[in-house]
Design a protein around this ligand. Structure first.
Ligand code: ZN
Ligand code: ZN
Length: 940
């Protein structure tokens, strides 16, 4: 071994340089892929597939950091480890991005291009821009097996989608029905309940008008927040027990604009007799409650809107209306959007003298999650999954503990959702996605509409098959047309834990890596994704897809606010890793970082995210924390550099120098063993913050600040057994500690580890065994000795800092230690205490009744540390300052205490004022106590 190792490590660590170099080396060497020939136990995580349109945000960075930590840790433990990457085609999101792009570059709509050409363009777009996020995952250091990368629209995954659709359809679990669904008039598609954002307390108007009774005198007044929907009313409902209306039930009113007759029905479920007039209009085609009422009373379904939520050119009525509908009257509304239709209807009713007042009203608006357009509940024929039979075993799996949810605060939410699950609308009126494997025969069923808006009615009987059918199974006709709809994006991602492994084929990967080991993701997609994976995994594979669901917290800014563009507090993880310009930072950081962020490196960001992951608590990310962990990386670098500069000659194996190890060596080996255990336990329990803390405090406090300082005097005589034992311990501990840290800081650890003088080692730290079998070094008694020694030193250092005595000035210290055994322990480490605390004189006594003046005292555990400060501190000046402060504080304390003792004041003053005064009194009492201690310390 080269005698001079110092030239191997540059004086400072450059993260960008190391990070750019190591990743391709690891990837090329094949370290990310599992050794399928090995008979070790499998450990699998499938990545929550980011949208193909996506770029890495802080939520991703957190998720993928935690997953990489688990994967690297298990890989080093010798597991057959697979972390499978991939992206999601993200139906509606991707379609919108590409539509916008085509509009901008060619000023064309997708309709101008036609379906086939548009889909081709999306694939082209994906080829060009779709791998941005996978590049970013490499920058973050993710050890994903890229040879198994999947895309939800790969041929094999599409095959899995068709197989599941057909199987569930054969079992009656997928069906087609006419239902009221949330419709986005902008995106032209049905949305599941989960894709609708509800904006609460929007200011609106509750507007009343009268329906005249048919053929007589009298009227019924109804109130509505959406007057335009009265064009599609097919009933007026009252409560069956409401005396005001009992006589009218079964009679009819006349539609004042369109002429047909509307029945007055009694419905105890829909009507609250205490609200408004106790009578409500019923529009079954455009309101969920009214739709249910319509089913109960077999009301006609009157659809008034087209796909854009404009009034239809021709009214569409399913069922029959009583009396004639006046088509000429209809024409004055045809084509109007919702806003104009509302104005026109109000005006028309006004003219007829039927308006009965209006008042302000707060309402909830459902908006499309993608484009924020107000959703229009509309009747249409869609495909649904009958979810109740699938949800029952998925619920059971969590109840029986087969699958565990961490943190368990989410268990209740999961139960509630699974117990109240609604059928899942899986068809989307989009072009980008898995086309539904259903075909209609044009000879048996005739569609309505043409082109894109061509739809087959509820009664059509499609042929559902895995491959396109050649002819109609009923009439033998060959004029077949595939269902134009595609599946909800979450349908294919629900299959992700097994479709990515080759299902429906019985592949070796599927046998080896299903069930996965853990599902790590954000709580916000517990329902969208995790619950559906549970349902599909159990249904199609027979077992839950994973035994553990770990839901990470939300990354917020340092004040606890959600990161958002409007708040101006978004941090791009790539900016922190690689650095960025001042123009690129969000407004919140503009003052502090006018020139942008420096390159903190992927390791510092990863460590920060792990350290801040305390189970169930939101993560408050601050740039200071990242800077702090970059300093940690530098600290390790400098420690390693020091070790490399000081070690000389052949470094003996630890076993060869065991008899020469001194107590400091044994102490650090014992602490290393403790750190490994703490880290293992924390990671096993998904307590990433605790794992990071264990590694951090071992590396920084115990190895760098304690052990390295302790051994320095021993390193001078390179040939001495003591120096050689120290060399061996330094290298051994550094080696093991770097392995311990590797899952959190992969790049720094590899960079240093490669330079360590180690024999017979693997080619990379990432495939080196994780620290284990160190328990034999654990020595609790020795650790207790050192805790005592540390207390003594911390006591001296604290007094030094408080009294502002420079480190260069040696001190005289007396340790007052009542226990004889403790005194013996401290005496045994006398040299270390004198060295680390910088003392010229140390006395250890059992009692110290007459403490001289001009000393400072700290009590730590069972030791009283007495530092002589005479000649080091100007006591006259100090005493004057302290006395003055004491007087002022005592005066204020007396005044406030008196005020609070006055019952009249307490009774009259506002509670907040009294609280504030009480808090101040407590604060003052503490200040008086502290000042008293300082005076005592000064010996005054
Ligand atoms: Zn929309
Ligand atoms: Zn046919």
């Amino acid at each position: 071994m080269d005698n001079d190792n110092s030239s191997n490590l540059p004086s400072s660590y450059d993260p960008s340089q190391a990070e750019n170099r190591w990743y391709p080396i690891w990837e090329k060497a094949g370290y990310f892929a599992p050794d399928t020939a090995s008979d070790a136990a499998a450990y699998t995580i499938v990545i929550p597939p980011p949208n193909v349109t996506g770029s890495l945000h802080m939520g991703h960075a957190l998720s993928y950091t935690l997953e990489d930590i688990l994967i690297r840790w298990r890989r080093m433990q010798g597991k057959k480890t697979l972390w499978l990457p991939g992206t999601d085609h993200a139906g509606i999101a991707t379609q919108m991005v590409v539509e916008r792009d085509i509009k901008k570059t060619e000023n064309k709509s997708r309709h101008d291009l036609g379906r086939e050409e548009f889909v081709k363009r999306v694939w082209q777009w994906k080829a060009r821009f779709g791998n941005q996020i996978t590049k970013q995952l490499r920058v973050l250091g993710c050890s994903l097996d890229w040879t198994r990368e999947r895309f939800t629209m790969d041929d094999q995954l599409s095959l899995a989608v068709r197989e599941v659709f057909v199987r569930l359809h054969e079992q009656g679990l997928i069906y087609r029905a006419e239902r009221l669904v949330n419709w986005c008039p902008r995106c032209h598609t049905a949305l599941s309940d989960l894709e609708v954002d509800h904006e609460e307390d929007v200011k609106g108007e509750l507007w009343s008008f009268a329906y005249p009774l048919t053929g007589g005198t009298g009227e019924i007044v109804v109130a509505t927040t959406r007057p335009e929907t009265m064009l599609g009313d097919t009933a007026v409902a009252v409560h069956p027990d409401d005396p005001r209306y009992i006589a009218l039930i079964g009679k009819t009113v006349r539609h004042p604009l369109l002429g047909y007759e509307i029945p007055i029905i009694a419905d105890g479920q829909l009507v609250d007799p205490t609200f408004g007039t106790g009578a409500v209009k019923v529009t079954p085609a455009h309101d969920f409650n009214d739709f249910a009422t319509g089913l109960r009373h077999k009301l006609a379904l009157f659809n008034i809107f087209d796909v854009d939520a404009h009034i239809l050119a021709q009214p569409e009525v399913t069922g029959t209306l009583a009396g004639e509908l006046d088509h000429n009257a209809w024409n004055q509304f045809a084509g109007l959007d919702r806003k104009d239709a509302r104005a026109q209807v109000k005006q028309a009713l006004e003219k007829l003298g039927l308006v009965r007042g209006s008042k302000d009203h707060l309402l909830a608006l459902g908006k499309c999650q993608r484009c924020e357009t107000v959703v229009e509940p509309s009747v249409s024929v869609q495909w649904f999954v009958d979810t109740k039979p699938l949800a029952a075993p998925a619920l059971e799996a969590v109840k029986t503990g087969q699958t565990k949810i961490i943190p368990d605060t989410w268990v209740k939410t999961y139960y509630h959702w699974m117990e109240n699950i609604q059928d899942w609308c899986i068809s989307r009126q989009l072009w980008w996605g898995h086309r539904i494997p259903a075909w209609y025969c044009l000879d048996c069923d005739s569609p309505k509409g043409t082109g894109d808006s061509q739809r087959f009615g509820a009664l059509a009987k499609p042929i559902v098959t895995r491959e396109p059918p050649k002819k109609c199974t009923r009439c033998g006709g060959t004029r077949l047309q595939q269902d134009p709809d595609v599946l909800d994006t979450w349908f294919s991602s629900a299959l992700w834990p097994f479709s990515t492994l080759g299902w429906p084929k019985e592949t070796k990967d599927l046998r080896t890596f299903y069930p996965n080991s853990v599902m790590e993701t954000g709580f916000d997609i517990l329902f969208f994704w995790v619950a559906r994976m549970m349902m599909m995994g159990i249904k199609l594979m027979g077992t839950p897809p994973f035994p553990v669901i770990y839901l990470h917290a939300m990354v917020r800014d340092k004040n606890g606010d959600k990161m958002s563009k409007t708040r101006g507090n978004v941090i791009d993880p790539l900016h922190l890793i690689n650095g960025c310009t001042g123009a690129e930072v969000s407004p919140q950081f503009a003052t502090e970082f006018p020139d942008g962020f420096p390159a903190f490196g992927a390791d510092a960001l990863r460590f920060t995210l792990a350290a801040l992951s305390q189970s169930g608590r939101d993560i408050r990310l601050s740039v200071d924390r990242i800077a702090g962990y970059r300093a940690f990386a530098n600290k390790i670098w400098n420690a390693a550099r020091f070790v490399m500069m000081r070690i000389q000659g052949e470094i003996p194996a630890l076993s060869a120098v065991e008899k020469d190890l001194d107590s400091a060596d044994r102490f650090i080996l014992s602490r290393l063993a403790a750190a490994v255990t703490a880290n293992d336990e924390a990671l096993t329990g998904y307590r990433f913050g605790d794992a990071a803390q264990a590694v951090y405090s071992f590396f920084w406090d115990e190895f760098c600040d304690w052990y390295i300082e302790l051994v320095k005097p021993r390193l001078a005589d390179a040939a001495s057994p003591s120096a050689r034992a120290a060399y061996s311990t330094l290298v051994h501990v550094l080696d093991q500690a770097l392995r311990l840290l590797h899952p959190m800081m992969p790049f720094l650890t590899e960079e240093i580890w490669q330079k360590l003088p180690l024999k017979d080692r693997p080619a990379s730290i990432m495939i080196a065994p994780y620290p284990h079998g160190l328990e034999r070094w654990r020595d609790q008694a020795l650790e207790a000795d050192y805790r005592l020694v540390q207390d003594a030193i911390i006591g001296v250092r604290t007094i030094r800092a408080e009294s502002e005595v420079a480190r260069s000035k040696p001190l005289e210290v007396t340790l007052v230690v009542p226990e004889g055994a403790d005194r013996d322990r401290l005496e045994a480490h006398r040299a270390e205490i004198m060295h680390l605390a910088r003392l010229y004189k140390l006395t250890v006594v059992d009692a110290y009744p007459d403490r001289p003046r001009e000393t400072a005292v700290k009590v730590l555990g069972r030791i009283e540390v007495v530092v002589s400060l005479s000649g080091l501190v100007d006591y006259a000046e100090e005493a004057a300052r302290l006395r003055k402060a004491m007087q002022k504080t005592t005066e204020e304390y007396d005044r406030l205490s008196k005020k609070l003792a006055n019952a009249a004041f307490v009774a009259k003053a506002p509670a907040a004022v009294v609280e504030k005064d009480k808090a101040r009194v407590e604060e003052l009492a503490q200040m008086i106590k502290n000042l008293g201690e300082s005076l005592l310390r000064a010996g005054l």
